[in-house]
Design a protein around this ligand. Structure first.
Ligand code: TNX
Length: 527
C-alpha cells in the first residue's frame, strides 16, 4: 500500500515536471503554464524571463496614474480583455498590484517601453503614450490566444514572469491600403487598423486616388468624388470618404497610435480625375471612367495652368484634414508623361506640399526628378533588376532623401503566395512567407547609407481584392513579418525562431476571425 502511494506520488511529480519544462503550445484545456515571455511578434529587443507569473483575476485593476493619455491606453486594454475574461477590470488612477501603465523618463524613445511581470503585477513603463500602447500589444500577445475572443473563456490568464525591454529599429513601420481599385468603407479600414495595431505598425498609408476611383471629397472640385468615385475595378459602385469619414479614420488610427499618410497619385494614375473634369485634359475632352486593371495610360496635363490650380486645391484641402506630417504625391508609373514633363511637374508640385506644411513622400520614381529637401522615396523595385534605378535611389539617399522600403518581390501583400493562390497578382513573382520575411532592410539597397533607411512599408493593392476577407487572406501571415523587419533589431532576425512564433499566432487569428493563408512553410498548430 505504502509503496503504491509513493509510486503514485512519483508519477504526479513527473507529470507536474513535464508541465514546467514543456514550452511548446499546450492544448487550451490544460494551459496552466504561461506562454513563453519572448513568444511575441515583432520580436522584442531584449527578453529576460524569470520569476513567478502574474495572473489576471476578477480583482485585477488597470492603474494609469493621472495622465489622460495613459488612461486612454488603459481603456483600450480593458476593451481587449473584458469580453474574454469576463472581469470588470476597472481603469483607476491608483491602487496596488494589478496592471500598471506608467509614463516616466527612461531609455524608451518615442515608442519603446519596458514590461515587468511578476507575482504582484505587470508594469509597463514608457516615456510616451505610444510606448505604453506598444507595450500593451506585447502584454496581449503574452496572454492565451483565447483572450481575443468576444465571449467569456475559461482562462487562466497568466503572464510569464520577467522583463521585456523594447525599442523599434525604424521610425517608419507602414502599411498601405489601396482604397481606389476597390473601395473599402470606414468600418473596413478600421478593421485593418486594428490588425496593424497588434503588430506595432505606426503608419497607415491610404492610396486615395487612381485611375479607377477618387475616394476623398474635395469641396472645390466636387465631381472628383461624386463622379470620379462612382465606380471601381469590375464596375462596382465604388464610393468615397466624406471629409467627416476621413476625419473619423484619422481619429481611429490615432487612437491606435497610427499616423495616416494620404496619397494622391500624380501625374499618372489620374483617369478618375481626368474623367471628372474635362478641363484637366490637354485636349479638353474627359475620358470615360475606367474599371479595368491596366496601369500607365493616364496623365495630368503638365502644360496647363489649371492643372496647378487643381493640385493646389487638392493638397490644401487634404493637408488641412491631415494632422500627420506627410503627404504622398505618388509619382509612379507615369508612362504617359514625358520625362521632361515629369520633372517640370514634380518641381512645381513639391513646393505646394511644403507650402501647406507637409513633407513629401513619393514612389521612388521621384528620384528621377529632384526630390524636395526632407522628402522620402518609397522603393518598390525587385531583386536583381533595375540596377540604374537602384543607383539613382542610392544617390538620392546619399543626398539626404529618406528611403522607405517596399520591395515588391518581398512585401507587396497583393503578390500570390504560390501558383495556387486564388487572389492577387504575380508580376513580381510568388512571395511565400519565408521570402517575405528573410531579408534585411538595413542592407537591402547597395550604396544607401544605413541611416537613410527610415523603415519598411507593406502595400496592399486591391485590383483583385474586393472585401475584408480578401485583405486578410493576403496580409496574413506576411504582414507580421513586415512588422518584425521594421521593429526588431537585426540581431534577432532568425527564420527558424520566427516561424515558431508565427505558428503560435494562428490560434490568435482564429480567435480574431482573421482568415489566413496556411502556408506550408509554417507548422501551424492543429485546428
Ligand atoms: C504597381 S507599385 C503599382 C500599382 C499596382 C501594383 C500592383 C506602384 C507604385 N504601382 O499601381 O496596383 O503594382 O501590384
Amino acid at each position: 500500500m505504502r509503496r503504491h502511494r509513493l509510486h503514485l506520488l512519483g508519477s504526479l511529480l513527473l507529470v507536474a515536471a513535464a508541465g514546467v519544462f514543456t514550452s511548446g503550445a499546450a492544448p487550451a484545456s490544460t494551459a496552466a503554464q504561461p506562454r513563453p515571455l519572448g513568444q511575441v511578434i515583432p520580436a522584442p529587443a531584449s527578453v529576460t524571463p524569470g520569476g513567478a507569473p502574474y495572473r489576471i483575476t476578477g480583482d485585477t485593476r488597470i492603474r494609469v496614474g493621472d495622465s489622460r493619455e495613459a488612461h486612454r491606453v488603459g481603456e483600450y486594454l480593458a476593451d481587449v480583455l473584458r469580453p474574454s475574461t469576463g472581469y470588470p477590470l476597472p481603469v483607476t488612477e491608483r491602487g496596488a498590484g494589478g496592471i500598471r501603465l506608467r509614463l516616466a523618463q527612461g531609455p524608451y524613445g518615442a515608442e519603446g517601453y519596458r514590461l515587468d511581470s511578476g507575482r504582484g503585477g505587470v508594469t509597463i513603463t514608457a516615456a510616451r503614450p505610444a510606448g505604453l500602447f506598444h507595450g500593451v500589444q506585447t502584454l496581449r500577445q503574452l496572454l492565451p490566444a483565447a483572450v481575443e475572443r468576444d465571449t467569456v473563456q475559461p482562462g487562466p490568464w497568466l503572464v510569464a514572469g520577467g522583463t521585456v525591454r523594447d525599442v523599434p529599429r525604424y521610425p517608419w513601420r507602414g502599411a498601405m491600403l489601396d482604397v481606389s481599385r476597390h473601395f473599402f468603407t470606414v468600418d473596413e479600414v478600421k478593421r485593418y487598423v486594428d490588425r496593424l495595431a497588434l503588430y506595432k505598425f505606426n503608419k497607415l498609408h491610404l492610396h486615395l486616388s487612381d485611375d479607377q476611383g477618387w475616394r476623398i471629397a474635395i469641396d472645390s472640385w466636387p465631381r472628383l468624388a461624386t463622379h470620379g468615385g462612382s465606380t471601381e475595378v469590375g464596375g462596382g459602385p465604388g464610393g468615397f470618404y466624406t471629409k467627416d469619414d476621413y476625419r473619423e479614420i484619422v481619429r481611429y488610427a490615432a487612437s491606435r497610435h497610427l499616423e495616416v499618410v494620404p496619397e494622391i497619385d500624380m501625374p499618372g494614375h489620374t483617369n478618375a480625375a481626368l474623367a471628372s473634369y474635362a478641363d484637366l485634359n490637354c485636349d479638353g475632352v474627359a475620358p470615360p471612367l475606367y474599371t479595368g486593371t491596366a496601369v500607365g495610360f493616364s496623365s495630368l496635363c503638365v502644360g496647363k495652368e489649371v492643372t496647378y490650380d487643381f493640385v493646389d486645391d487638392v493638397i490644401r484641402e487634404l493637408a488641412a484634414l491631415t494632422p500627420g506630417r506627410y503627404l504622398h504625391i505618388g509619382g509612379d508609373e507615369a508612362h504617359s508623361t514625358s520625362h521632361a514633363d515629369y520633372v517640370t511637374f514634380m518641381d512645381r508640385v513639391q513646393p505646394v506640399v511644403a507650402k501647406y506644411g507637409k513633407t513629401v513622400v513619393g514612389w521612388h520614381q521621384l528620384t528621377g526628378a529632384t526630390p524636395a529637401e526632407g522628402a522620402l522615396a518609397q522603393y518598390w523595385g525587385l531583386d536583381g533588376t533595375g540596377a540604374e534605378e537602384k543607383a539613382r535611389v542610392a544617390k538620392a539617399a546619399r543626398n539626404g532623401t529618406g528611403i522607405v522600403l517596399s520591395p515588391a518581390d518581398r512585401i507587396y501583400l497583393d503578390m500570390k503566395y504560390d501558383r495556387t493562390t486564388p487572389l492577387g497578382l504575380s508580376w513580381a513573382g510568388y512571395v511565400e512567407v519565408k521570402r517575405s520575411y528573410d531579408w534585411d532592410p538595413g542592407a537591402y539597397l547597395p550604396g544607401v547609407p544605413e541611416d537613410a533607411v527610415r523603415g519598411v512599408e507593406a502595400p496592399l493593392w486591391t485590383e483583385t481584392l474586393e472585401n475584408p476577407a480578401h485583405l486578410d487572406h493576403m496580409a496574413f501571415p506576411r504582414l507580421p513579418g513586415v512588422a518584425e523587419l521594421g521593429w526588431s533589431p537585426a540581431a534577432t532576425h532568425d527564420w527558424e525562431d520566427y516561424r515558431t512564433r508565427l505558428a503560435a499566432q494562428g490560434p490568435r487569428w482564429d480567435a480574431l476571425g482573421v482568415g489566413y493563408h496556411r502556408s506550408p512553410q509554417v507548422d501551424w498548430p492543429a485546428e
